[in-house]
Design a protein around this ligand. Structure first.
Ligand code: EPU
Length: 417
């Protein structure tokens, strides 16, 4: 297990570039299976979730070449094998092989996906969507066998606008005859990124990024070419770091509209920044005001930034309230934040109180999940003395070149085995 060692309280300046979005890339790779040709995905982030996806794709006989930050994926000789649990459990996104393989082969066998333990995270909406398209789902313990004689396009209403279910049903719908309409679809940028890849392959899709998406099934797709969008959660994480430690820290490669809820919230609590095209320059704010944050589906405040901003609010003067409405168990990081000197308290299952400002002190902590780990990383950067974060592999699942990026802007940080 690797450890992250941070010597805190260093001012951060210079420039940092945001990588491609984890949650787009992890859907784009399985989507490449739909074209029985060579597709190209540019701006792929260097994170461990991608390494595991590549392992699954190579097991399925995809030929994958790396060229700088691009992946060239040849899906012409894919073999539809069952995906073993030891691979599917490594990440959440393994569920996208359900939609992609179902579309291409009308059959898929895979175990329940892994991912951060932040709530129950069922996949019932995905499965219901496949069934509505005509598939049969058999579940034996943790194993899912999904089969169909044929898939037929249909109007499907999602009980919740799930990101994963929207993308998975969109992928399956490519293999259906006729038109599928997804009502109450998720509107996150990841949906638009995947739709643009499929459109590039020749699929007709209308409405991606809105609550109603229309997909026309298509056989014989062209090769697809796509750029992974910049990671809005990595962007937000560096923006929060800049608000705590920046001295004209410049963060390049952001899409303002994707981080707007965070930016408006920061403006509200006194953080000043300057946006210039796809860059933002931000400095330390010495007078952070407390606030109320409620996580919501896009374009609301992203749940994936809830844990990072909790650390920022430990430095606000007064009481902040954080309401987590997407996951049932996303406050695990507060145990270690309190160990470092924060004053947080879970009021009810989904409400957290943060009273600040509290100076933080470096100590030994444990990353329980990706964004919880990011919140401890930020805490370590502002804490006095040395912070050691155990189990830092979970952070590396979502933040590429973490040590290099932070070191280049002046942080003292080291990853050791
Ligand atoms: N849900 C169901 N049934 C389903 C699907 C979802 O009840 O069939 C519930 C979930 O349990 C959760 C809520 O709906 O309470 C939202 O889940 P959603 O399906 O939207 O999330 P996801 O697809 O599992 C993706 C990201 C998450 C991110 C969420 C929300 C990937 C691989 N993961 O998860 O990213 O939090 O969307 O934006 O794309 C992260 O990056 O740290 C992370 C957890």
């Amino acid at each position: 297990m690797s450890k992250l060692i941070i010597e805190g309280q260093n001012t951060l300046s210079g420039e940092v570039k945001i990588s491609g979005a984890k949650n787009s890339a992890v859907a784009l790779l399985p989507a490449a299976i739909l074209a029985k040709k060579k597709s190209v995905i540019y701006n792929v982030p260097e994170i461990s979730d991608i390494d595991y996806l590549i392992e699954i794709m190579e097991l399925l006989n995809c030929k994958i070449e790396h060229k700088d930050d691009a992946l060239i994926i040849d899906s012409s000789s894919v073999v539809n094998k069952p995906i073993p649990e030891e691979l599917s459990i490594q990440m959440r996104a393994s569920y996208y092989f359900m939609g992609a393989l179902l579309a291409r082969y009308k059959k898929v066998e895979i175990s329940f996906p892994g991912g951060c333990s932040i709530g129950a995270r069922p996949i019932d909406i995905h499965l219901k969507g496949f069934e509505e398209l005509g598939a049969t789902v058999e579940i034996n313990k943790n194993r899912y066998k999904i089969t169909a004689d044929k898939l037929i396009g249909k109007k499907i209403y999602l009980d919740f606008p799930s990101v994963g279910a929207t993308i998975n049903i969109m992928l399956a719908a490519v293999g259906a005859k006729g038109t599928t309409i997804i009502e109450n679809a998720a509107m996150e940028p990841e949906i638009v990124n995947v739709a643009s890849f499929l459109i590039n392959m020749g699929v007709k899709i209308l409405g991606a990024g809105t609550k109603r998406i229309e997909i026309e099934g298509k056989e014989d797709l062209d090769r697809g070419v796509v750029d992974v969008f910049p990671d809005r959660i990595e962007s937000g994480t560096y923006i929060i770091i800049g608000a705590l430690l920046g001295d004209n820290l410049r963060i390049n490669g952001i899409i303002k509209e994707h981080v707007e809820a965070l930016l408006l919230k920061l403006k509200d609590i006194g953080v000043k920044y300057n946006i210039d095209g796809d860059s933002i320059t931000i400095s330390k704010c010495n007078n952070i005001k407390p606030t109320h944050i409620k996580t919501l589906i896009f374009p609301g405040f992203a749940t994936d930034l809830q844990q990072p901003i909790t650390t920022l609010l430990t430095q606000a003067k007064g009481k902040s309230i954080i309401e987590e409405t997407i996951y049932e168990n996303r406050f695990k990081n507060t145990i270690d934040l309190n160990k470092m000197g924060a004053n947080t308290r879970i009021i009810t299952n989904n409400k957290l109180e943060v009273i600040g400002p509290t100076p933080l002190k470096g100590t030994k902590v444990n990353a329980t999940d990706l964004r919880g780990g990011a919140s401890l990383l930020i805490a370590g950067l502002i804490a006095q003395g040395e912070t050691v974060i155990d189990n830092c592999d979970v952070i590396l699942r979502g933040y590429g070149f973490l040590e290099e990026k932070l070191t280049s802007i002046g942080a003292k940080i080291k990853i050791t085995e």
